[in-house]
Design a protein around this ligand. Structure first.
Ligand code: SAH
Ligand code: SF4
Length: 363
């Protein structure tokens, strides 16, 4: 029996509405069935074509024969932080796997409650950062637009029973989103369409290692997304040793492109900084970081490193992280320390998948 089913059926999420209507009328169904199916799919978050109750059984069967309902299938689902973090391992149609994480944040005096989905953009990642499980696992392929769109939908269906909905999307799962530019931008535009989810790009954050030409292209895209720059080091020698692509796009070029994006969109940039004990966490490095990024339209997220199996790198003490934060704040840079989610389910970038892949299955 074939375990891996590839299919030539088009994904429903990215199907052209007119083509769906033509497909249904060719099979003898009225054209309005296509609109009904789209409402079930995007608004009601139906779990399958079969569940689209107002469609005739024949129309449901026809859709199932012509379209793939979802390009991602739940393979594993694990919860942590007493249900506040849910991590999915999704199987793609070619048998490869990706991960998607849903995180709930309670309301605080600074803002409303949020439910954020962290989506993947690639299977693996070609950038190869030393501290990242995904980077160490190599690169397989880009995700398609449908595979990105469907992660959002699958997570939303899972939330529906709890009467929750996604409020934010971050491209911080597996892969380098700007290395799969066209599919990522198409997915963001797809979610935003009035006939799909009307999900505003302002609620979407693209996290990038700093691929300068694509940051520039994004700034010209007229798409008000947020940009998070994974900087991680205040000088080029150190950054190149952690992130090989820094040799091509050094810090000054990345920061200049990020600034131009912020000025063009009016949206504040955030810089991500993974705290690595004894590597990038000294007070002197905090001072240098402050002068490299400046305080105009910037925000820094300090991320204590999540452990990566087989890596000698690890996070500094809480005191060291707080001292680093104080230096940035004294320089007028707003800085938060990211709370670490899902440590007990390996929810850091690429880690659940790394574990799943560890005992290499035969064939
Ligand atoms: N490729 C993009 C987006 C995916 S990684 C990027 O690098 O920005 C999302 C974030 O997770 C990045 O900021 C990345 O540096 C961080 N990250 C990777 N490995 C980590 C680890 N072991 N612990 C904590 N954060 C990690
Ligand atoms: Fe790729 Fe981002 Fe991991 Fe670097 S940190 S290897 S760019 S996913």
């Amino acid at each position: 029996m074939a375990i891996v089913a590839t299919t030539d059926r088009a994904p429903f999420a990215t199907a052209d509405p007119d083509a769906v209507a033509r497909f249904l009328t060719a099979g003898g169904e009225p054209a309005y069935r296509a609109d009904q199916a789209r409402t079930w799919f995007w608004r009601q978050l139906a779990p399958s074509f079969e569940a689209m109750r107002t469609l005739s059984p024949a129309a449901r069967a026809q859709l199932a024969g012509g379209y793939t309902f979802s390009t991602v299938a739940e393979h594993r689902k694990r919860e942590a932080d007493r249900g506040a973090t849910v991590k999915y391992l999704f199987r793609l149609q070619d048998g490869r796997t990706i991960e998607t994480v849903v995180m709930h944040y309670p309301a605080t005096e600074r803002g409303r409650a949020r439910t954020t989905v962290c989506v993947s953009s690639q299977v693996g990642c070609p950038i190869g950062c030393t501290f990242c499980a995904t980077g160490q696992s190599g690169f397989d392929r880009n995700l398609t637009e449908a595979e990105i769109v469907d992660q959002f939908l699958a997570a939303s269906r899972g939330l529906k029973a709890q009467q929750r909905a996604l409020t934010n999307v971050v491209f911080m799962g597996m892969g380098e989103p700007l290395n799969n530019y066209a599919a990522v931008v198409a997915a963001i535009r797809r979610w935003a369409r009035p006939d799909t989810l009307k999900f505003s790009p302002r609620r979407v954050t693209i996290s990038t290692i700093g691929l300068v030409p694509f940051i520039e292209r994004l700034a010209a895209e007229n798409l008000p997304v947020n940009l998070a720059i994974s900087l991680h080091a205040p000088d080029d020698a150190l950054r190149s040793s952690m992130i090989p692509v820094n040799r091509k796009y050094p810090i000054a070029a990345v920061v200049a492109a990020a600034r131009a994006h912020a000025e063009r969109t009016g949206r504040r940039n955030s810089y991500e900084y993974v705290m690595l004990a004894g590597v990038n966490d000294s007070s002197e490095q905090a001072g240098r970081l402050a002068s490299v990024i400046g305080r105009h339209l910037t925000h820094v997220n300090l991320i204590p490193m999540n452990p990566v199996e087989g890596s000698p790198l690890h996070r500094p003490s809480r005191d060291r992280t707080l001292a680093f934060q104080r230096i940035l704040q004294a320089a007028g840079i707003s800085t938060t320390i990211r709370d670490t989610r899902g440590l007990d389910i390996d929810a850091a970038c690429g880690q659940l998948r790394a574990r799943e892949l560890a005992p290499t299955p035969a064939g």
